[in-house]
Design a protein around this ligand. Structure first.
Ligand SMILES: Nc1ncnc2c1ncn2[C@@H]1O[C@H](COP(=O)(O)OP(=O)(O)OP(=O)(O)O)[C@@H](O)[C@H]1O
Ligand SMILES: [Mg+2]
Length: 228
């Protein structure tokens, strides 16, 4: 399991990002403490996914630094960044991104296999997650045999499997009905809180924001703290 050094989990200093001359983020500054849950609001196209991709090391800033537990993403080689992501981060997306040819158990076990967990430890971990997320009864099914809410719970279990320090969730309930979305979200935030996992959620929903410790808004390329 990854070491968890003290200090802020995420630090952004003077981050700029533009695509083809269009400024998406200008001088973004952010500090997130370990275990905090933060919602990122903003209109469509405001830069929420961009911010998550930068923090997740899936894209690089034009200027500025992004640190995870004091480690600078920009100072890592591509291989180091890939390994860092695999060991420390969990991703949840709007369309679940489950592997259709793998069962629920196999999907949830994927990050454990990639991180070289022993079979016995992986089995125990998977069983615990399936129980926590109410998925025990569907463990042998394939994604297409699940409801949207169940699929998203599998995606959450998979994101948490390898005990990442940070979950990046991009519109994790955008594809679910209101009630299911609310259930999935409270489960996501409760599970993260229980394991001191930092959670960053991009969303259009004020409901999501209510679940979070802090709310950020991106407006006109500015990342601002929004009072709750
Ligand atoms: N790879 C890319 N190449 C060019 N432009 C991009 C790229 N990714 C994003 N953009 C542009 O950057 C802006 C911000 O996009 P982003 O996806 O971050 O917005 P968002 O807030 O997540 O929107 P939504 O709520 O619709 O998901 C948009 O204008 C988008 O078209
Ligand atoms: Mg987006």
């Amino acid at each position: 399991m990854a070491a968890r050094p003290p200090g802020p989990q995420i630090e952004l200093t003077a981050v700029d990002k533009a695509y083809a001359g269009q400024v998406v983020l200008a001088n973004a500054e952010l500090t997130v403490r370990r275990g905090e849950s933060v919602a990122v609001l903003g209109r469509s196209g405001s830069g929420k996914s961009t911010l998550l991709k930068l923090i997740g090391g899936l894209d690089t800033p034009d200027r500025g630094a992004i640190l995870h537990g004091g480690r600078d993403l920009g100072a890592m080689s591509d291989d180091e960044r890939t390994r860092f992501r695999r060991q420390n981060l969990g991703f949840v997306f709007q369309f679940f991104n489950l592997i259709p040819t793998l069962t629920v158990t196999e999907n949830v076990g994927l990050p454990l296999a990639l991180n070289g967990y022993a079979a016995g430890a992986a089995e125990t971990r998977i069983a615990g997650l399936l129980a926590d997320l109410g998925l025990h009864a569907v463990n042998a099914r394939y994604p297409e045999e699940l409801s949207g809410g169940e699929q998203q719970r599998v995606a959450i279990a998979r994101a948490l499997a390898h005990s990442p320090t940070l979950i990046l969730a991009d519109e994790p309930t955008g594809n679910l009905d209101y009630e299911t979305a609310a259930q999935v979200l409270s489960l996501l935030s409760a599970t993260c809180k229980a394991s001191m996992t930092t959670l960053l959620v991009a969303t259009h929903s004020l409901e999501v924001a209510k679940n979070a410790d802090r709310v950020l808004t991106i407006r006109g390329a500015r990342l601002e703290e929004t009072p709750l």
